[in-house]
Design a protein around this ligand. Structure first.
Ligand SMILES: Cc1cc2nc3c(=O)[nH]c(=O)nc-3n(C[C@H](O)[C@H](O)[C@H](O)COP(=O)(O)O)c2cc1C
Length: 320
């Protein structure tokens, strides 16, 4: 299943990707997943308008590591991907051309987010019901000269599935890659992933297609690739519950969790400060312990923790 992956001159170590996840796929999370094997990792969705207005929080979401002075030749290049959302073609293009996105090898356009605070502005999955505007956005972003991809769903509701036409539109407007999440927007994340729709997209275009939805282990990944013919697979929730899923998907064993967790804790604290790290890492630990023996009691103690040192001590107790 695992293979090398390249798109429009961008070479990834493999075809197993970490999905964009708002509130989660920050820099330490992305590098952790890459370290465990993910071939490409996406930032969480970033508002093009937020970039336009110079919002500081928006900039922080795009943090992608310390800038070193090492010559490019000495530094093995690992592609990085950002995701943006918005509905104004000019502002979307401006975002693609912005300095904040300058280092990113790929800019993904979110056309799948079902959350009302996004769709009520005609952004995210609302664009699947507005193909002319979606096309203008993709074309405007492609004019920036950056490598563009689009992530979308099979439609807004089952009665209006648009996968095939949408895929073709993206390719025609200049996208170099598409990701299809095999669910309609009204389902949020529930229900089975529609392999047939993803396969229809794959058949309709000649750019690489990434399949997304319901991959929790190697068997799922093999199945989605086989059933859809897609070129790559994208994993979201499975990585939230256990980022070591990438080690498994890449053919290895899941390594011990404690060192991985502690590194994520320390890097998150260093980058975002103790307050954010406490709240965020309590949440992450609660994901990681789900299903393990005594999880309910540990979870209660986790949420009582008032410092990252307490979270660390508890992590050592759980996973040592
Ligand atoms: C907490 C959370 C946040 C998400 N945020 C984004 C996002 O910012 N952009 C996006 O395109 N999709 C987002 N998604 C959707 C995922 O990228 C993915 O398409 C979806 O979860 C299906 O994949 P899965 O079955 O592997 O979870 C999010 C999903 C979750 C669970």
């Amino acid at each position: 299943m695992l293979s090398e992956f390249s798109v429009a001159g961008m070479v990834c170590p493999n075809n197993v990707f970490l999905a964009p996840m708002a509130g989660y796929t920050n820099y330490p999370f992305r590098t952790m997943c890459e370290g465990l094997g993910a071939g490409l990792a996406f930032t969480e969705m970033v508002s093009a308008k937020g970039l336009h207005y110079g919002n500081e929080e928006t900039r922080l979401l795009l943090y992608h590591g310390p800038q070193t002075a090492a010559p490019a030749a000495e530094k093995p290049h690992r592609p990085i991907a950002a995701q943006i959302f918005g509905s104004d073609p000019d502002i979307m293009r401006e975002a693609c051309e912005s300095e904040e996105l300058g280092d990113f090898d790929l800019i993904d356009i979110n056309m799948g987010c079902p959350m009302p605070k996004v769709t009520r502005n005609g952004e995210g999955s609302a664009l699947m019901d507005n193909m002319p505007l979606a096309e203008k956005i993709v074309a405007a972003c492609a004019k920036s000269g950056k490598r563009i991809s689009v992530k979308f769903r099979t439609g807004v509701v089952p009665a209006r599935k648009v996968t095939r036409e949408f895929a073709k539109m993206c390719e025609g407007a200049g996208a170099s890659m598409i990701t299809v999440h095999g669910r309609t927007a009204d389902k949020i994340y529930a229900g089975p992933c529609d392999f047939e729709e993803i396969a229809a997209a794959k058949e309709a275009v000649s750019i690489p297609v990434v399949a997304n939805g319901g991959v929790w282990n190697r068997k799922d990944a093999d199945k989605i690739l086989k059933m859809t013919g897609a070129d790559a697979v994208m994993v979201a929730r499975a990585a939230l519950y256990d980022p070591r899923v990438f080690a498994e998907l890449c053919g290895g064993e899941r390594p011990p969790l404690l060192p991985i967790f502690l590194r994520q804790l320390h890097e998150t604290e260093e980058l975002y400060g103790p307050r954010f790290a406490l709240v965020f890492m309590r949440k992450m630990a609660a994901f990681y312990i789900k299903g393990t023996h005594g999880a309910a009691a540990y979870k209660r103690r986790l949420f009582e923790a008032q410092t990252t040192a307490e979270v660390e001590a508890l992590a050592r107790e759980i996973w040592q």
